[in-house]
Structure formats: structure tokens, C-alpha cells
Design a protein around this ligand. Structure first.
Ligand code: ATP
Ligand code: MG
Length: 652
């Protein structure tokens, strides 16, 4: 072994057992792990039975052309039929699929499965009129309104792969994605409501399409009613086409490997990659994991706060929940409009029982204060989920106590755009969960932590996270670039899928995600992960959020530079805060991890899916021009941070 493994510094003793009644009635029991491990294809073949197939598959997995997988070979199905029509046919047409909550108060709309079937069929017919055929790509650039879900399902119904672009992205981000996947039609809206005001979307489409001559049609939802520029012959209104279209549409069955969608990664580490997901395997794993990991029961009310423009919105707003016939909340706006208790008001109003959000949101609520959720009745919640980053133990315990009433289990779900669905997560009725750990691979999935040579590390050691067996919802390639697919994921150890994340196994073999391998810092020969130092900072009572990066250092090679956001109760923190935080990290995990600098900042650069973009902070810490910011949620943040950095350096 040439390089030292990633250090294992933190230690956590708390364990939360599943509540007894939940364990007694859980969808998945402990035996399922062994059953699945004994024969993974057989296990997934069995899970595939929860879908309706037009033609049954003849083989579960064909891995002969690795790393290009074929799952459910010979099978034919329609994803939209599985998410909508079959629930109507089985007598659940009156069940609510979507409780839509617009950002303006009182703007709500409930859509049953029967209504959804009509709406999706109408949208499919309108897309056909716009010239969309099976195999054509359609770009979707919409706010979080029901039409986003309807549009995705209409594309799936036609076998026209969608590429959803987050509505907050710029015209450039939109045009580059449209060009990369050669979309023919764009579905958008005049605008959506954000932070209490209409926010236009169509102008960005018009600007993007100046660079995309092959787009022949733009379907526009009227959401805000604001003035909208119009290109005759290209643009059509949703209400003048979809609403007028026939509700009759017979779904065609497509091959299990027919492309379902292309989703671009968040771009946290570099330029986004167009991840291709196909129909059968993706739908099986997203449907099964929704049922298993959230312990979904038919009377649950589910709410995932992610945007549909992110993979979580695909797997756990659209395909997973709807394939299960679930009822869910869809919220358009921001958490603090018109007040910081808006989310908890929604949980109370709709009696949400399963709630799925990101650590960044949890830390924001920690920053705002305990009194805000305390004003609402959150007793309907029975399972809480987390996704997107490691959840720091402090944030986990805050979430459990303040949102979950001190008893509700948390599922910390590790997965990626590339994996399509959950991979490593506790099961709420089975796992004794440790705060901050995603615990173990779910049944049917084989994950390992390996060293540089690809050998599994011992318990108590850190290394690289790999997936050692193919799985149904795995990406099939990077759109249009098979070589980049092989190079990015299958070249470091040809037999393993390399996720790009560092991880460690604790003394019990539980997996702790340590952040991106690209972000690992090398301080005096010690390889330090970002996650552990960030969690140590967040465990200080005055800190709400933290990001650390390695900056070039003359003496130590790299030095730890920390950026922190203080809790509102810390009131600026006082003069000693920097020394206090450096010492705190030293005490928590050891002197080697002590940051060289601690910067108190008002915000951190995040992608719209809530992930911290450490590569931009590294640019700041090393006084470089800040790199590609196109996937940043708020580009102004970097100016705030860079100017703060300057003053702090002068003080040093
Ligand atoms: P890019 O690949 O373009 O840099 P990205 O990796 O941020 O973008 P996503 O696919 O949205 O794009 O994010 C997946 C990554 O998010 C994982 O590789 C991991 O680093 C992180 N992640 C997701 N869930 C968890 C979790 N529960 N614990 C720790 N990390 C997580
Ligand atoms: Mg990634």
C-alpha cells in the first residue's frame, strides 16, 4: 500500500433502537438481509413482482457486457402506467396522489389518482401533437407545481426520456443540458412563486433557446399570470393544449432497458454528468426502497422536500412513491415564506407521517431555533429521512428531538444520482441506528470500504466506498459518452463501482461517510476527511453549519481552513470564538485536525440540492479566482465570502 488510508478520528457512542411497535409491524425484517445476500438476482427478481409488466422478463440480470448492465431482460413495462393507471384500475382512483401546497397561503390543490391519470394522458396527447415521439428527449424546466410531476409522467408514458433542469438554474445551465441530450421540446412555466413573489422562468428559456435551434416546441404552464414574451409557431400554452386534449391515451409497453431519463449530477465536484437511467431496474429499486426504507404503509402521508430537478425528486417524489400508490405533499416554495414555521405548519395541517429532507435544511432550522418547530403539532411523524450529505451527529440528534419528538427514527440514506435509489441506509424497524452513520448496505446491495489496492479495510479503518455487485437502478452510462462512464466509475478498480466518496467502517462494521475523496486533506502526511472535522465544529453549541477545505500550506503541505455559520442564539459569537472553535476541534478529534484558520461567514456556497461546494471554498482559501459557479443556488454568496475572507486574513 503506497498511501495511508483516510484517518478515522471521530467516535460516537449513542445508539437508537427502533421503536418496539414499529419493529413489530415493519415491512422488512432482519432475515431479509441474508435472504437477499444468498442470491441477489433472485431477490431483485422477486421485488420486480411489485410492478405490472406487459411482458414478463426472462432473465433478471445480464452482466456479460460489464460495466453495461441489462436488468429484467426481455421484460416490457410502462413506468407511467405503473405509477398511475394501475392504482385506478385496482380501485384506488379516489385516493389523493398529490396534496399540492403553493407558496402563497391558501393556494392548494388536491389531485387524486383518477385525476392524475386524466392529466397525464392529456399531457401525453398534447406532447404527441407537438411532435414528440418515443425516444425523443424532452427538457422540463418548471417550478415545484403538479405540472412538473405530470410532465415527467407524460414523457415516461410516451417513452420520451425527460431531462429535468432545476428551475433556479440559469439560461446557460439550461442550454448546455438541452444541447447535451438534444432535447426537442421544452416544458416550462411563465414563472413560479419564490420568497413571496412571482419569479419568472420563461425568459431564461427564451435566452437558452437562442443557442438551441433544434428545439421545435415550448409548452408553457400559466402559473403566475405575469407578462410573457411569446414566439409564435414554437410556444404553446398548457391550458390551451393539455387542458383541451383527450383524456384517452393507451400506454405502450417499453423494453425494461428503454431510457427513462437523463439527470445531470449536482456538479459539486466538477461539471455535471448526464446520468442515464432506464425503465425496469430503476422503477423496481425506487419502488422497493420507498416501501422498505420508509416502511411505507397505505395510510401514510409522505413529504419529500427536495426539488424535482434533483434525483431525489425523481426517485422519491415521482417514481418511488407513485409506484406504491402513496399520498404525498408537494410544496412549491421556500421554508421561510411567509414565516420560518411554514414547513411545520404543513406537517401539522396534512398530518405528514413520513418526512424526507436534507441535512442542510436541518442545520438551517437548528440555526433558526428550537422554538419554531415547538409551536406546531408534529406528532403525526413516524419516520424521518435525510439525504444529500452526511448528517452531523449534532444535527441528527436535533432533528430527532425537535422534529421527531425524541422517539422518531431517522433513516440516513446514502445514494447518488448514479445509483438511482437508496443503497446504504438503516431500516427503521430493524437497525439500531448511530447518529451520523448511514449504517449498512440495504438488502440486495453489496457495498465495501477498500484501500488503495482495492482490499477491504478492517473495522475501525477508513478508505474508499465501492459497490461490489451490480444493482437494478444503477446508471447505464453517461449520456453519449460510454468511455467517460467507464473511466469515471470503473477504472480505479475495474471490478468495483467507485462512488468517489470516502468512508470508514466502525468497530461494528457500520459505514460512516467521510465526504468526497477529492476533498480529502493531506495535513503533515495525515489524510483527513472533511466530514469529521465539520461534525466536530457543528457539535459546538454556537455553530450551525461548517465547511472545511485543505489549503496549500508551506509547512504542513495542506492546512485545514474552516468556514462556519453561527447559530442565531450565538449573536455573532464574540471575540474569542475563533480560538474557542479551534480548541474545540482539537479536543473533539485531536490536534492534527485543528483548523489553521476559522472564518465566520453569513452563508456557504451550496448547490440547489443543498450540498456545500467545497471546491469553491478551496479557491477562496488559496486566493484563486473562484471556479465554475453555474450550479450554485445563489451566486452572490461567493462575493460575500470572498470579501469576508479578505478582512479576516488582514487581522491574522
Ligand atoms: P457531482 O457528481 O457532479 O460532483 P454530486 O455528487 O453532488 O455532483 P449527487 O448525485 O446529487 O451529485 O450527490 C451524490 C453525493 O452526495 C454522494 O456521492 C455523497 O457524496 C453525497 N451524499 C448523498 N447522500 C449522502 C448521505 N446520506 N451521507 C453522506 N453523503 C451523502
Ligand atoms: Mg457525484
Amino acid at each position: 500500500m503506497t498511501e495511508q488510508n483516510i484517518s478515522n478520528l471521530s467516535h460516537e457512542d449513542r445508539v437508537f433502537e427502533p421503536p418496539a411497535d414499529l419493529a413489530a409491524n415493519a415491512n422488512v425484517t432482519a432475515e431479509v438481509y441474508d435472504e437477499a445476500a444468498a442470491d441477489r438476482p433472485a431477490f431483485w427478481g422477486k421485488q420486480a413482482e411489485r410492478l405490472d409488466w406487459g411482458t414478463p422478463f426472462t432473465e433478471v440480470l445480464d452482466w456479460s457486457n460489464a460495466p453495461f448492465a441489462k436488468w429484467f431482460v426481455g421484460g416490457k413495462l410502462n413506468a407511467a402506467y405503473n405509477c398511475v393507471d394501475r392504482h385506478v384500475e385496482s380501485g384506488n382512483g379516489d385516493k389523493v396522489a398529490l396534496h399540492f401546497v403553493g407558496e402563497p397561503e391558501g393556494d392548494t390543490r388536491d389531485i387524486t389518482y383518477a385525476e392524475l391519470q386524466d392529466l397525464v394522458s392529456q399531457a401525453a396527447n398534447a406532447l404527441i401533437d407537438l411532435g414528440v415521439q418515443t425516444g425523443d428527449r424532452v427538457a422540463i424546466y418548471l417550478p415545484m407545481i403538479p405540472e412538473a410531476v405530470i410532465a415527467m409522467l407524460a414523457c415516461a408514458r410516451l417513452g420520451a426520456p425527460h431531462t429535468v433542469v432545476f428551475g433556479g438554474f440559469s439560461a446557460d445551465a439550461l442550454s448546455s443540458r438541452i444541447l447535451d441530450c438534444e432535447a426537442k421540446v421544452v416544458i416550462t412555466a411563465d414563472g413560479g412563486y419564490r420568497r413571496g413573489a412571482p419569479s419568472a422562468l420563461k425568459p431564461a428559456v427564451d435566452e437558452a433557446l437562442e443557442k438551441c435551434p433544434d428545439v421545435t416546441g415550448v409548452l408553457v404552464v400559466r402559473r403566475t399570470g405575469q407578462d410573457t414574451a411569446w414566439t409564435e409557431g414554437r410556444d404553446v400554452w398548457w391550458h390551451e393544449t393539455v387542458d383541451q386534449a383527450s383524456t384517452d391515451h393507451t400506454p405502450e409497453m417499453f423494453d425494461a432497458e428503454h431510457p427513462l431519463y437523463v439527470m445531470y449530477t449536482s456538479g459539486t465536484t466538477g461539471s455535471p454528468k448526464g446520468i442515464l437511467h432506464t425503465t425496469g431496474g430503476y422503477l423496481v429499486q425506487s419502488a422497493w426502497t420507498f416501501w422498505a426504507v420508509f416502511d411505507y404503509k397505505p395510510d401514510d402521508i409522505y413529504w419529500c422536500t427536495a426539488d424535482v430537478g434533483w434525483v431525489t425528486g425523481h426517485s422519491y417524489i415521482v417514481y418511488g412513491p407513485l409506484a406504491n400508490g402513496a399520498t404525498q405533499v408537494l410544496y412549491e416554495g421556500t421554508p421561510d415564506t411567509p414565516h420560518k414555521g411554514r414547513w411545520w405548519q404543513i406537517v401539522q395541517d396534512y398530518k405528514v407521517s413520513l418526512f424526507y429532507t436534507a441535512p442542510t435544511a436541518v442545520r438551517t432550522f437548528m440555526k433558526w431555533g428550537d422554538d419554531i418547530p415547538a409551536k406546531h403539532d408534529l406528532s403525526s411523524l413516524r419516520i424521518l429521512g435525510s439525504v444529500g450529505e452526511s448528517i452531523n451527529p449534532e444535527a441528527y440528534v436535533w432533528y430527532r428531538d425537535n422534529i421527531g419528538g425524541g422517539t422518531t427514527p431517522i433513516v440516513d440514506t446514502w445514494w447518488q444520482t448514479e445509483t438511482g435509489a437508496h443503497m446504504i441506509s438503516p431500516l427503521p424497524g430493524v437497525t439500531s441506528a448511530k447518529p451520523g452513520s448511514a449504517m449498512t448496505a440495504i438488502p440486495g446491495i453489496a457495498a465495501e470500504v477498500v484501500d488503495d489496492s482495492g482490499n477491504p479495510v478492517d473495522n475501525g479503518e477508513g478508505g474508499y466506498l465501492v459497490i461490489t455487485e451490480p444493482w437494478p437502478s444503477m446508471l447505464r452510462t453517461i449520456w453519449g459518452d460510454d468511455d467517460r462512464y467507464k473511466e469515471t466509475y470503473w477504472s480505479r478498480w475495474p471490478q468495483y463501482y467507485f462512488a468517489g466518496d470516502g468512508a470508514r467502517k466502525d468497530e461494528d462494521g457500520a459505514i460512516w461517510l467521510l465526504g468526497r475523496v477529492d476533498d480529502v486533506m493531506n495535513v503533515s502526511g495525515h489524510r483527513l476527511s472533511t466530514t469529521e472535522i465539520e461534525s466536530a465544529l457543528v457539535s459546538h453549541p454556537k455553530v450551525a453549519e461548517a465547511a472545511v477545505v485543505g489549503a496549500t500550506d508551506d509547512t504542513t503541505g495542506q492546512a485545514v481552513v474552516a468556514f462556519v455559520i453561527l447559530r442565531e442564539s450565538a449573536q455573532g459569537g464574540g471575540d474569542d470564538i475563533i480560538a474557542e472553535l479551534r480548541n474545540h476541534v482539537g479536543h473533539q478529534i485531536g490536534p492534527i485536525a485543528k483548523p489553521r484558520q476559522v472564518m465566520v461567514v453569513p452563508e456557504l456556497p451550496k448547490t440547489r440540492s443543498g450540498k456545500i461546494m467545497r471546491r469553491l471554498l478551496r479557491d477562496v482559501a488559496e486566493n484563486r479566482e473562484v471556479g465554475n459557479t453555474t450550479t450554485l443556488a445563489d451566486a452572490g454568496v461567493m462575493d460575500l465570502i470572498s470579501s469576508g475572507m479578505q478582512t479576516a486574513k488582514d487581522d491574522d
